[in-house]
Design a protein around this ligand. Sequence first.
Ligand SMILES: Cc1cc2nc3c(=O)[nH]c(=O)nc-3n(C[C@H](O)[C@H](O)[C@H](O)COP(=O)(O)O)c2cc1C
Length: 329
Amino acid sequence: MKILGISFGKKNANTDILVKEALFGCREAAPDAQISFINTCSLNIGRCRGCGACSTALEKGKNDNVCIFKDDFQALEEQVREADCLIVGAPVYVLQPVGQFKDFVDRFSCRHDYSAITWIMDKRRNGEMPGDPDGFPMERLKKRTVSYISVGGATTDNWTSMGTATLHLFGFPPMMKVMGNYNANSMGTVGNPLLDDQMISDMHEMGRRTVEGYNDDSAEFFQPSSKPAGVCPVCHQRLITVNPGTTTVECPVCGIEGKLRIENDEIKVDFSEEQQARARGTFAGLREHTTEIQSFGSICGPKIMANKEKLDKLMKERIKGFDTAINNK
Ligand SMILES: Cc1cc2nc3c(=O)[nH]c(=O)nc-3n(C[C@H](O)[C@H](O)[C@H](O)COP(=O)(O)O)c2cc1C
């Protein structure tokens, strides 16, 4: 078994401490595992430039969908691909995980979308796309478990409100099974967590659970007793989007709809089994999106073809010629 801890925090600071403690927990559950740790702080991971080279490579028949921009991204990606269990920690910078985390996710996650890749392989099998139907190295989408640690300086969850929720964006496209997420508060002073016995014990339990989840499909998500339970039964987050004019809400992480009610002055949200089965991190949820985005062409294509000259003119005058157009006004 290969276990990988990734910290997006400062070297030897609090995110490193918590990720490493969770790795000690992993060691307790998997004494023979190969365990490694990476701190990303000095790595050069540029942003996704949306060039589409990764997706068109597969569509054209290539057997992998590598990112064509070369920097430190590839080395980190390779380590993630090889890992069976992962602990991912990031500091909160302005309510969410530090930007480097999102840069990594943007370049990693779409390219490891389980549904998108198997969809292309199915198209090849049906002769609708070129390439070997069994060509994609499917071990890259192998079973994995993950736990997330969000590390904030604020004393309460109020200023870390999108920390753990955003960390979930890392693992859902390749359908990693989430075994825990932890929101660590009051993490401004380096070393602080090492003196918090409850937090260290929670890290160890989350590490053990991450390994257990890999070995046993029935192992349950780790809910620390010291933290409030989640509302969404799938991702265990407490973020909710309200659908105006209705009593329905959505979990923004899983994209599933729930029904809001008040019971004994307490807000409750019921998510049906049917909705839970189409959460973003399930195959059904991912496939729903793969299918949905196929309609881009049929919605926009005819409009663009019918107005090609007008569009070319508008692009030239108003977009490429923006500086002239705006200053002539
Ligand atoms: C630019 C910046 C923005 C921050 N924003 C927040 C914030 O919104 N909420 C919060 O709880 N902590 C915030 N912090 C504090 C860090 O999350 C905290 O110090 C954390 O321990 C850093 O992780 P590290 O010790 O692993 O580097 C911010 C820190 C920096 C540098």
